[in-house]
Design a protein around this ligand. Structure first.
Ligand code: C2E
Ligand code: CA
Ligand code: CA
Length: 558
């Protein structure tokens, strides 16, 4: 072969390169070392930062498309070849793509000498080492690259249909419990099961090992997708049966109407990934149909979560502590305040965007960021309480604690350290906790409850009358006082049953020597009513909204 090439002229070699062009993923090249000339397959120009597919000043111009760090390595190899000390070239290094991003390539080549036995041509092939395979050898299905080109070629305003991304639920555990070839056997057979259920012109691709994508551009609507999914479930159940239940598994699916590919939503992999993820969130053996509102909400949550991470990394910028007054129901004297977290994102148009705690607290909990953020507000609140003692001795600041902080951090230690730092008496702090079904007999919680009792810090049962916060909590949590949820208060003002219930709860709490704080009091009629039924403390807009520290001082202290 080498000899055949040797006898070809440069032009003939170039012709060979162009001949192979349309059939190859890889790039053929020839470099004329004598004339410092470079020629490469035409399609390389679309991918890399090359000046053109043919150019002189070849060695210097390599600096335009070779990643800077790798240039010395390449120069050294060129020098050895030019000096005739090296007859072949095989280098793994990085080229720059059109966006000047480094791409790993493997460049192999052979030196052809001229009639004087001087190195004349370097001729060879370049391939992208990081490139994905076009097809999966186990299932025999085409992969992501082919899927991408198929979709791009077929999606247009007149086409409609759906994409369905499927995954074998908990495939990792099947794979771990058996040998690899059994895992492969499942992948292959699931592909076959799906294929058997497909209608004409529905195509199946494979994304990763246990994930598949069905593409339908045949004007079928989502109902067709749902019934196809049901058929696939049945077919897989039959396969499991035929294998004598050697392994039992299910399949989940995320479905996307192709109309969404034409709107702003262009990235089908992201959209189908989101859909499949939502299906998985519903549990195994489930399907989910893409809804743009859900997706927008997901994008919003992702944006807020990023901002929360950024903020915590930057000394809690964007976080603030607000304080809402709590008054005595009889005298209306200010006895304390609840510390409430606020968070805003600095947007581009310089008006900060305030996010409601109802939205960001669950995100802090989900990510575990509630631990640093909760610690931060704890220190802020304790510092504020220490300051307030100068004006109103015995002033109590309540801090909300999430169950995540109880279970996953040493919150008791944090509370005691913060109190020590600001030299605050334990009576001047209250810890508000909402029962969420996790705490009942959790050892971390029991430790906190006992620790708080021992050190004299009040434990307050928040949101009484909602969710899990019921009578049974009184014995489990053994709180110092109870806060009645705003919605429950409102209900009690509207119907007799809840009103009587509230009266009884207050009576019972008093018998147990517990105090009651009623939240959400906005009107004087409500104030009169809850005072009549002996609530001890009141928190609500009637006496004040949550205010920032400065405003709180201004309104209640100075
Ligand atoms: P929450 O602990 O029940 O706090 C009381 C909420 O009711 C506050 O909402 C407060 O602004 C609101 N509120 C008080 N009085 C009235 C009223 O008269 N009318 C109306 N309509 N609303 C009233 P906010 O500040 O939006 O906080 C919502 C929830 O976020 C809190 O409910 C609490 O569960 C959570 N949260 C706030 N800050 C923190 C924190 O630092 N840590 C934790 N873990 N959760 C927090
Ligand atoms: Ca609270
Ligand atoms: Ca509450």
């Amino acid at each position: 072969m080498k000899d055949i090439l040797k006898n070809l002229s440069k032009e003939q070699i170039e012709e060979v390169i162009q001949l192979f062009n349309p059939y190859m993923d890889d790039y053929l090249y020839i470099m004329d070392l004598k004339e410092d000339y470079y020629r490469i397959s035409k399609h390389a120009v679309e991918r890399f930062n090359l000046p053109s597919d043919a150019f002189y000043d070849a060695i210097n111009k390599h600096n335009l498309f070779v990643f800077e760090e790798d240039q010395p390595l390449l120069t050294e190899d060129f020098n050895l070849m030019l000096e005739g000390k090296k007859k072949s070239h095989n280098l793994h290094y990085r080229w720059l793509d059109k966006n000047k991003q480094p791409i790993w390539i493997n460049c192999r080549g052979q030196i052809l000498d001229d009639s004087d036995n001087k190195p004349r041509y370097l001729i060879g092939c370049i391939n992208e080492t990081g490139k994905k395979q076009r097809a999966d050898n186990i299932s025999g299905l085409l992969g992501e690259i082919e899927l991408d080109s198929y979709i791009k070629a077929n999606v247009n305003p007149n086409s409609s249909g759906f994409l369905m991304r499927l995954s074998i639920d908990n495939f990792g555990s099947i794979d771990a419990a058996s040998n690899m070839s059994y895992g492969n056997h499942i992948i292959k057979n699931v592909a076959d099961c799906i294929n058997e259920c497909l209608l004409e012109e529905q195509f199946l691709f494979q994304i990763v090992a246990a994930e598949y994508m069905i593409v339908d551009f045949n004007n079928h609507n989502i109902d067709v997708a749902v019934s196809l999914y049901k058929n696939i479930q049945k077919r897989i159940a039959a396969f499991i049966d035929s294998e004598n239940y050697k392994s039992v598994f299910t399949i989940s699916a995320g479905m996307l109407d192709t109309k969404y590919l034409l709107d702003d939503y262009t990235d089908f992999l992201k959209l189908t990934d989101f859909s499949l993820h939502n299906a998985n969130e519903c549990g195994n053996n489930s399907c989910y149909i893409f809804n743009p509102d859900d997706y927008d909400l997901f994008l919003r949550r992702t944006r807020i979560t990023k901002a929360l991470y950024h903020s915590i990394d930057n000394n809690f910028e964007g976080f603030e502590t607000f304080y809402q007054p709590i008054v005595d129901s009889k005298t209306h004297n200010l006895i304390g305040a609840e510390a409430l977290m606020r968070f805003s994102i600095n947007s581009d148009n310089n008006e900060p965007e305030r996010i409601s705690p109802v939205e960001f607290i669950p995100l802090l909990e989900k990510t575990g960021l509630i631990i640093p953020a909760g610690r931060w507000i704890l220190y802020e609140a304790i510092a504020m309480s220490a300051k307030m003692q100068e004006y109103i001795p015995g002033f109590i600041i309540n801090v909300n604690i999430s169950y995540i902080q109880v279970i996953k951090s040493n919150i008791l230690k944090d509370i005691l350290s913060a109190m020590k730092k600001y030299d605050l008496a334990p009576e001047c702090i209250g810890i508000e906790l909402t029962e969420s079904g996790y705490l009942d007999s959790n050892p971390h919680f029991l430790n906190l409850r006992n620790g708080l009792k021992e050190s004299g810090v009040k434990l307050i049962l928040d949101d009484f009358g909602t969710g899990y916060s019921n009578l049974h909590c009184l014995s489990e949590l053994n709180p110092s006082y109870i806060k009645i949820d705003r919605n429950f208060t409102n209900q009690a003002m509207l119907n007799n049953y809840d009103h009587d219930l509230m009266v009884k709860i207050i009576e019972m709490a008093h018998q147990l020597d517990l105090k009651i704080c009623v939240e959400g009091v906005e009107k004087t009629e409500v104030l009169d009513e809850v005072t009549k039924i002996n609530a001890d403390y009141i928190q609500g807009y009637l006496f004040g909204r949550p205010y920032c520290k400065e405003e709180f001082y201004e309104k209640f202290v100075l």
